[in-house]
Design a protein. Structure first.
Length: 547
């Protein structure tokens, strides 16, 4: 930390410079490109099970939404915003995902604004400001073309909202620390960080990095400042403490819910232990946006980035140190927790928030390189890597309709009042309900069998269900109050076994094959989908009790 040097930011009243005017048009082009990558063929892929969870939560009144969110493992802000969004734009796949696409696109100029502040105090060269802004443009382009960031921005979940809020909180904190009248920035920072807390619990990592950075800046400044300059440090400390007190005050009502969710996750942890190969794959995807095909690429990326981080940390200005802290804190804390608690906390999609800081660090690298040739090589290699990964991501989008959509259209045409649509798991209830509604089907009863243990498992998405969606199974016995049952089975799921209830006989089966449903997994088996629908009727005209 002794090597971190203070950077005096320029006055807020500095007139628009040549650097700012130079980068406006390229920034608009980059934002447009990022928006195109996020909106292109956005509604082609079928909704994934997590996306239909988001849709189902928004179907409830707001008080019930908050209650059901509390029964899950995430905070409610994203679902509340999505509910308002769908009230305006509808619930088609494009409409549901477009909120994430808009938020992901907005994060691009936010990252540019953060990077444009790096090194602006160094005015020793007339061309330095153009160099800084061109580096900020590089980071903005990398965010616009990042395969992982584009993927998260095409998914109806909270990840792009979290990325935007993480970037906005970073920018507001930096502005509050240098502005002559920082009060509005401190208030906005507190509100933004609170919003992040209510979006995803990764905000705790972000807040920890902010506290460590701010404390380090104050300690270094206190060692250099004379007595007459102590008031500046005291004012900064008071503003930061007040902003975080505002955060604590606003999140206080949710803390009991968070503790309950944390306890539930600990008692019913669903993620398998991470192996060395898992860590290698996650790091390679986080650092480059590419998918690992072996340990050689992963180790090469790991060694290269460790050397890069060490080089950046040496003689870093305070803004570079800030980005390093935000990029590495989730890794350090996550790996430590995974080792001590024996529960994996390094989760690829959660690292999307810290990836914003990683992409911002490339602007620092750009500024530090000594000549134009090296900067051109850096931009070319990074840009080509992102574009290749982006092409692969977009190229995986198939043309066929999802199989579950075709199956739901069959149910629309054939299910009659009094029939029961039976699926194997709670996650499938929302899929069938969503596509049946999109197909214009009249209300139908869609249920799943649930054992006593299933209620506490997050992966079952039980929190999103209505009590009428569940047929309780006790000791292997359950009752079906229906004369005709339509059994829907996902044939791509290895655990899906067709076990028709006793007392029923099949009449006919249909098998549908189609395009993929959206997922944050790039496995080949997710590129196609296959469903079977079987019609069953009771044999003797009696209500069915099955064992």
């Amino acid at each position: 930390m002794d090597r971190i040097r203070k950077v005096d930011m320029p006055s807020q009243h500095t007139p628009p410079s040549l650097g700012r005017r130079f980068c406006l048009a390229p920034l608009l082009v980059i934002v447009a490109f990022g928006g195109f990558a996020r909106f292109h063929r956005l509604g082609v892929e079928g909704l994934g099970v997590d996306e239909t969870f988001s849709w189902r939560i928004t179907r409830y009144p707001i008080p019930v939404m908050v209650q059901k969110t509390a029964e899950d493992v995430h905070p409610p802000l994203y679902y509340l915003i999505l509910k308002g969004w769908t009230a305006v734009w509808g619930t088609s796949p494009f409409a549901l995902r477009s909120l994430s696409s808009v938020l992901g696109t907005l994060a691009i100029p936010v990252l540019f604004a953060i990077c444009a502040g790096i090194g602006l105090g160094d005015r020793t060269k007339p061309r330095n400001e153009i160099l800084i802004h061109s580096g900020a443009l590089l980071s903005a382009f990398l965010l616009a073309a990042s395969p992982t960031q584009v993927e998260y921005s095409r998914y109806a979940r909270m990840y792009s909202l979290g990325v935007l809020l993480a970037g906005a909180a970073t920018w507001l904190l930096l502005k509050a620390m240098v502005h002559r009248r920082p009060l509005p920035y401190w208030i906005a920072y507190g509100v933004t960080l609170t919003s992040f807390m209510y979006t995803h619990y990764f905000a705790l990592y972000c807040g920890a990095a902010h506290v460590a950075f701010f404390a380090g800046c104050l300690l270094l400044q206190a060692r250099r400042d004379r007595l007459e300059h102590g008031r500046r440090s005291a004012a900064l400390a008071a503003g930061f403490v007040a902003a975080n007190a505002l955060v604590l005050l606003l999140v206080l009502p949710w803390i009991p819910v968070f503790l309950s969710q944390f306890s539930k996750v600990q008692s019913n942890f669903w993620l398998p232990p991470l192996t060395r190969a898992n860590y290698e794959r996650i790091f390679l995807t986080w650092s480059t946006g590419l998918i690992s095909f072996g340990s050689i690429e992963s180790w090469a990326a790991f060694c290269a980035f460790m050397a890069l981080f060490a080089w950046l940390a040496r003689g870093a200005d305070r803004l570079t140190a800030f980005l390093l802290l935000q990029a590495l804190t989730p890794w350090v804390v996550g790996i430590a927790y995974s080792i001590l608690a024996e529960r994996p906390l390094v989760i690829e999609r959660f690292l999307a928030f810290s990836q914003l800081a990683l992409l911002g660090l490339w602007a620092v690298v750009w500024r530090r390189l000594p000549d134009r040739l090296m900067r051109s090589a850096l931009a070319g290699s990074l840009g080509l890597t992102c574009l290749l990964g982006l092409w692969s991501t977009i190229g995986q989008i198939g043309e066929k309709r999802p199989a579950i959509q075709q199956a739901s259209e069959l149910l629309r045409d054939r299910v009659r009042p009094g029939d029961l649509v039976l699926v194997l798991e709670p996650i499938s209830v929302n899929l069938v309900r969503y596509y049946a509604e999109c197909a214009g089907a009249r209300p139908m009863r869609v249920c799943c069998r649930v054992g006593s243990r299933s209620k506490s498992l997050h992966m079952n998405h039980f929190a999103s269900l209505d009590p009428n969606d569940v047929i309780w199974e006790r000791d292997g016995v359950y009752s079906l109050d229906a004369g005709r049952v339509w059994h829907v089975v996902d044939l791509q799921d290895p655990s899906s076994v067709n076990q028709p209830p006793r007392g029923m006989e099949p009449l006919v089966s249909w098998i549908f094959e189609g395009g993929s449903s959206a997922t944050l997994t790039n496995s080949p088996e997710h590129l196609v989908s296959r469903y079977r629908v079987t019609e069953y009727v009771e044999r003797h005209g009696n209500p069915i009790t099955c064992r």
